[in-house]
Write a protein that binds this ligand. Sequence first.
Ligand code: CO
Length: 172
Amino acid sequence: MAIRKILTEGEATLRKRSKTVTEFNKRLHVLIDDMRDTLNESKGAGLAAPQVGILRSVALVLETNVNEGEEEYIIELINPEIIETDGEQSGVEGCLSFPGVFGMVTRPETVRIRAMDRFGNYFETEGTGLTARAFCHEVEHLNGEVFLTKIEYMVDPEDLKTQDEAEEKGGV
Ligand code: CO
């Protein structure tokens, strides 16, 4: 397992469409395991293969909606498709490929996904809140789209920091 370099704005790969995965072999498993390490290291909420320079339909999303005492876990999505959405949420969004860029983005509140696991078995899963936001964001990466066009207005990372600190102290 290894940490891979995350491509940032200016890299053409970020604007290219990924290919469907058809071989569920060792090579794919190494890519997924490396992406898991890279996501853990970067402390992000999701990562798509084009962000590490691989145009294959592979994405990871961190499931943060867990019960108290349970650990957050990574959902592995191969060839994911959004099959249903519901509701709406507006929130601050960032991207590991655009360090320091944060903006307000509106997304569905609930997103249902159909994907394959690393062995090629289909499954469906549903995410809400941050998980739903990350599902949309990662599927866009696989289509060669980045979140910049979805930003309604930019948010200053400094304001964000202040808000986080305020929230840690029990609300703004
Ligand atoms: Co991103």
